[in-house]
Ligand binder design. Sequence first.
Ligand code: ATP
Length: 359
Amino acid sequence: MAYLTLKDINKIYPNGFHAVHDFNLEIEKGEFIVFVGPSGCGKSTTLRMIAGLEDISKGDFLIDGVRANEMGPRERQIAMVFQSYALYPQMTVYDNLAYGLTLQGVDEDVIEEKVKKTAKILGLTDYLDRLPRALSGGQRQRVAVGRAIIRKVGIFLMDEPLSNLDAKQRVTMRSEITQIHRETGATTIYVTHDQTEAMTMADRIVVMKDGYVQQIGTPYDLYFNPVNVFVAGFIGEPPMNFIRTKVTNGNIEILGTTQSLTALGRPELAACEGKEIVFGFRPEAIQLGQVPDSYTITATVELTEMLGDNTNVYITAGDEKAILKVEPHDTPEMDSKFTFSIPYNTIYIFDAATEKVIK
Ligand code: ATP
């Protein structure tokens, strides 16, 4: 049996706004789940329903097989870290960490041992006497995480905990949180709008849009087997290229060249004759020059962005544009002609009307 079960969960706010629709998910003990999606898609609302901070309008929430809809936040044995650190400014790091345990009347000796252990995990040992204002943003966020993990809880909820940090600190904290998860083994649900955080941290990702779950899967699944245009475009940076085109006599016109759909070796695409489709390929999937089993295209280089480990190449061909990712040493000249190939096995075809992938 799953540790956490969300069954047909819905949230309708008092003003009638339906923020979450039929959310279904089973979470195993110890899993690291990430809810990801654009602003307003219902991630925080779902997390807050799990935390017991928001009523569940419809559906069932079970912890270890027991219905928990009506349980208060404390009863759920949950710890939560928010975007704002909400530390007590007049208390030292030690006292901030100890506070929850002191309230519970835990023995001073036990508290000291736990504070020291938590500080060690989080690299805060040298800062225990400091006040929050004498810490960097990353250190403050570590204290906030520490306050949550110091209590023994089964479920750890985090709502955009890294969004107040700069890019470098985010990368460091990302791996620290993953490490803490490994050490504590707590079932974790983490909310973010950042697909890189989702991809690097999650065992499984839940992609949401407009209150609906789009897809649930491992980072690998979502990258290689997206179910629709939204997920395909959301996961990956730069995003997948999408080109709308019409199937005519088994051919499609993409990036100024006519290509045969039958060459893809997918006979089911014959059913798309006369229909509009969306042709998708990832910037990093291309190969230089002409290679077998692929569509070869010659385009004009509009702009190049040298990023160090790779270069983004913006091309135009016919009326269409795309972004390609190449090795820095292969960066083409601006305004030059550039020939590249899209291997058949890296191409995605979506139904233009439903935006669902055609398999
Ligand atoms: P963000 O990344 O911006 O935090 P989110 O995905 O977490 O977004 P939610 O905060 O869950 O989104 O909000 C989902 C939708 O519900 C939004 O359209 C929001 O405006 C709406 N909403 C949130 N709280 C309320 C409320 N108390 N009453 C009515 N609507 C609300």
